[in-house]
Design a protein around this ligand. Structure first.
Ligand SMILES: *Cc1c(COP(=O)(O)O)cnc(C)c1O
Length: 450
């Protein structure tokens, strides 16, 4: 009986991993290898006889005895500073479960954090970070351009909880010292910023915040939270640059294939217990079926995909920059990129190579300023292009294009968009794995038509 139970993986013994043939030291391997093999020696499942991690699908778990059940509830959200001290006792999917847990361990490894927790979407992850770190009466500082739904979250929903959010231009980190009050708890930003690829200096922000934190107690400290969705951990690891916490949409580059929605938070161990409690009670947990795809297909192929996305993005950026109908191209890999020095310093893959990513933003010549040429271009592509798809989302194997001013960033007022140079004529391009010649040919044909 006991053996049969062990063969489906839920085990009590702490010694089951002793016999694993490949004790792995992650630090010895390069990132592409590490993302494929991940945390091989997991306490969450009997890995010694699987090549591919199993997909668990059990809403609830057999507990054997009231005592074991009671131990499970004692253990839950009490990892404290000693994570994984014994094989987890699983109780109920929304609390914790093995497939999602394995993905969490691997995301922590990819982002170089102590721990990771997965959420039902990127937005569920971001709202859980705010919900955990900020209370009524407290204060958030965020960069003044954000992913549309994050913008709406801090502008429309946080104030209803009596949480104020000041938006500021964090390209100049010194501004934080002026905006911060005794009640500030979080500085939040994306870099590169969605959609126009503006860079925020992570180390610069962290150093301003560290100075402000010197006179604050642990509970009052300001935490630097970076949304690393655009870059992905392949191109940039904010925790290594001084950020406290990373938020990710798994739907984008990490998921890679566009089959599931998901999100994650990676950060310090002290955050784990309150964040997993928050997730349990608000309920925005990632489904293990979605976690499995990300664990088996998305994350293991991230390095190879991103390396190839980037190569194509460089060619496409060059082509657009030389095209007479294009007035601006924002790509961190271009020499003309206004924050090139910062991009070179901050966006590095694990081997230290410059990694400017897969996202491009470009603006078309637009005499009337109403975005007509961009809409024409994208509508033409939607009708005629084989390899460029009009769709929101990004980081997938298929190349996607959209108009942020009209679509993803419509939560921002016209005045806010104008104030931050989000032009009606701007296009956001997420480069996929197609042959770049085909992407350029389709762009060229569409540009000819406008
Ligand atoms: C898509 C996106 C999100 C939200 O992620 P979902 O998985 O769609 O909820 C957050 N931040 C950025 C930068 C994004 O691009």
């Amino acid at each position: 009986m006991i053996e049969r139970r062990d063969s489906v993986g839920i085990q009590d013994g702490a010694d089951k991993n002793d016999a694993l043939p490949t004790e792995m030291s992650e630090a010895e391997h390069r990132v592409r290898t590490r993302l494929i093999h991940g945390v091989g020696n997991s306490e969450r499942w009997d890995f010694s006889h699987h090549v591919v991690p199993p997909m668990t699908s059990s809403a609830t778990f057999r507990l054997d005895s009231v005592e074991r059940g009671a131990q499970g509830f004692v253990d839950f959200a009490h990892e404290g500073n000693t994570p994984h001290c014994h094989t987890p006792i699983y109780i109920y999917d929304r609390l914790d479960e093995p497939t999602r847990g394995m993905l969490e361990d691997n995301l922590a490894l990819a982002e170089r954090g102590d721990m990771g927790l997965c959420f039902a979407s990127g937005m569920a992850a971001i709202s859980a970070v705010f919900g955990t770190l900020v209370k009524s009466g407290e204060h958030i500082i965020a960069h003044d351009v954000l992913y549309g739904c994050t913008y709406s979250l801090v502008q429309n929903w946080m104030p209803r909880l009596n949480i104020r959010c000041d938006l500021a231009d964090l390209r100049r980190p010194e501004i934080i010292a002026r905006c911060a009050t005794r009640d500030t708890r979080v500085v939040y930003f994306e870099t590169p910023v969605n959609p126009d690829l503006t860079m925020i200096d992570i180390a610069g922000v962290a150093s301003v915040v560290a100075e402000l934190n010197e006179s604050r107690t642990e509970d009052e400290k300001i935490r630097v939270v970076v949304d690393n969705t655009f870059a992905s951990p392949f191109c940039q690891r904010p925790l290594e640059l001084g950020a406290d916490i990373v938020c990710l949409s798994l739907t984008k580059a990490i998921g890679g294939f566009g089959t599931d929605i998901g999100g994650a938070v990676v950060g310090p161990q002290w955050l784990h217990d309150s964040l997993i409690h928050y997730r349990k009670d608000f309920g925005g947990t990632l489904s293990p079926k979605a976690a499995w795809g990300t664990l088996v297909y998305g994350l293991p192929s991230l390095a190879t995909r991103m390396a190839n996305y980037q190569k194509s993005a460089a060619h496409i950026a060059q082509f657009l920059e030389n095209h007479p109908k294009v007035s601006e191209v924002h790509y961190p890999g271009l020499k003309s990129f206004p924050q090139s020095e910062l991009a070179q310093r901050q966006m590095r893959d694990d081997s230290g190579k410059f990694a400017p990513g897969s996202m491009l933003y470009f603006v078309l010549n637009d005499k009337t300023g109403d975005g007509q040429p961009a809409r024409q271009l994208v509508n033409y592509l939607a009708d005629h292009s084989y390899c460029i798809t009009l769709a929101v989302s990004l980081g997938q194997i298929k190349t996607l294009i959209e108009c942020p001013y009209w679509m993803t960033h419509s939560a921002m007022s016209v005045e806010a968009k104008r104030a931050h140079d989000l032009a009606p004529g701007g296009c956001r391009l997420s480069v996929g794995l197609e042959d770049w010649h085909d992407i350029v040919a389709d762009l060229d044909a569409a540009l000819d038509r406008i």
